[in-house]
Ligand binder design. Structure first.
Ligand SMILES: [Ca+2]
Ligand SMILES: [Ca+2]
Ligand SMILES: [Ca+2]
Length: 377
């Protein structure tokens, strides 16, 4: 989901970014609890008034910029992106929930983003610029206004986390990234974002199939940051809200230079074959980071709707089944960034990123909480 941290630092993000009865995550996390020790320096993390759907909050990282943590299907580990230890760019890391140990997986060369596990809980995908742009990226050209880079040098790679063997999955002249979200029961079908056809759109690829590529969206303007639900039935993503001719022209001109301009984004949902699309948010705010509860009953998304000029992003819940619930419910209430919520495959735990309990301004850490809201599995 693109250098998420840039977003936080500069405040207006844009880029962001199985039918599973695999039921190990709570067990594994309980084991992790035995070895759990909050560093004294940090103190215990807090839940804030109103955060009634979370219980037993625990902090998983301590320092740097950590985000986009996603579960292995067996619930034993997370893969996430982090800028830490003095690095200027994000690398991909593995966090083992048995002992909370952390290991860097990517080489440290180039920019990386958006990792996700395959069904074997051993292989991952992530996007990296290391082949064409092994150094740090140049800063965006702000003479064009407030813009963000979408490096064409991004390609998506498949990694065996045991051997570190890398295999290139995409090879286009355009931007290829945001492969978070893989349909495990469909031969590991990945949904990703690409500018290969001159727009930004969603595409899918059966990684354990013939790896041919299917285009899922066609509307002009930014479509990206997609995540299929664990059931593989639905995909949620974000798309640009300003579809005027003028806005699309501006979008195309910037994209030709590997840039995008932050603008209002809304959350959309469709069937995993690209049909039956519906708009979920229409609130005039920046919305991103959607994910679907394991039982497909509701959606999480992240929005600054309660602080439109600021960086107080929060997690919201949108019901898909309870039609009497007209209002989306706010899940987090910390005054600062909260985002990237993702359920464990068994629906018992939620991992998210937050500025809360940071030692220094802007520090973003990963947290895990027990979900005590509406049933998610
Ligand atoms: Ca590319
Ligand atoms: Ca598009
Ligand atoms: Ca917040």
């Amino acid at each position: 989901m693109i250098p998420f941290m840039i977003f936080l630092n500069l405040f207006f993000l844009f880029f962001l970014s199985e039918a599973s009865s695999r039921d190990m995550s709570s067990l594994q996390y309980e084991r992790a609890e035995k070895g759990y020790q909050q560093p004294e320096l940090y103190g215990e993390p807090s839940l804030y008034e109103g955060e009634v759907f979370f219980s037993d909050l625990r902090q998983l990282t301590f320092g740097g910029q950590n985000a986009e943590a996603y579960w292995s299907p067996d619930g034993t580990k997370l893969v996430f992106q982090s800028k830490r230890d003095g690095a200027n760019v994000d690398s991909i890391y593995l966090l083992n929930l048995k002992d909370l140990s952390i290991e860097r997986l990517s080489s440290g060369k180039g920019v990386t983003t958006c990792a996700w596990w395959l069904s074997d809980s051993r292989r991952i995908v992530f996007a990296s610029t290391h082949e064409e742009m092994p150094g740090d990226p140049p800063p965006p050209d702000y003479s064009k206004g407030y813009v963000w880079p979408v490096h064409s040098s991004y390609e998506i790679y498949l990694m065996d986390t045991k051997t570190k063997h890398l295999e290139k999955l995409t090879d286009s002249d355009g931007y290829d990234a945001e492969g978070e979200g893989i349909m495990w029961d469909k031969n590991n079908t990945m949904v990703f974002t690409s500018s290969r056809d001159g727009d930004l759109d969603l595409y899918s690829m059966e990684i354990d199939g013939d790896r041919s590529i299917t285009r899922l969206t066609y509307e002009p303007g930014y479509d990206g940051g997609s995540i299929p639900g664990y059931s593989g039935e639905y995909i949620v993503w974000r798309r640009t809200s300003d579809n005027t001719e003028e806005a699309i022209k501006d979008f195309k001109e910037l994209l030709a230079d590997d840039l995008v301009r932050p603008s209002q984004l809304d959350i959309w949902m469709m069937r995993s074959d690209g049909t039956h699309r519906i708009q979920i948010t229409n609130n005039g705010a920046a919305n991103f980071g959607p994910s679907i509860a394991p039982n497909d009953n509701f959606i999480f998304y992240v929005s600054n709707v309660n602080d439109p000029q600021g960086r107080d992003f929060d997690i919201y819940m949108h019901q898909l089944r309870d039609s009497h619930k007209l209002e989306d419910e706010r899940v987090t209430f910390f005054k600062g960034f909260d985002g990237f919520p993702i359920f464990s495959p068994n629906g018992k735990w939620v991992v998210f990123a937050s500025n809360r309990n940071g030692l220094v301004e802007g520090e973003t850490n990963l947290f895990i909480a027990e979900w005590v809201g509406p049933p998610a599995n």
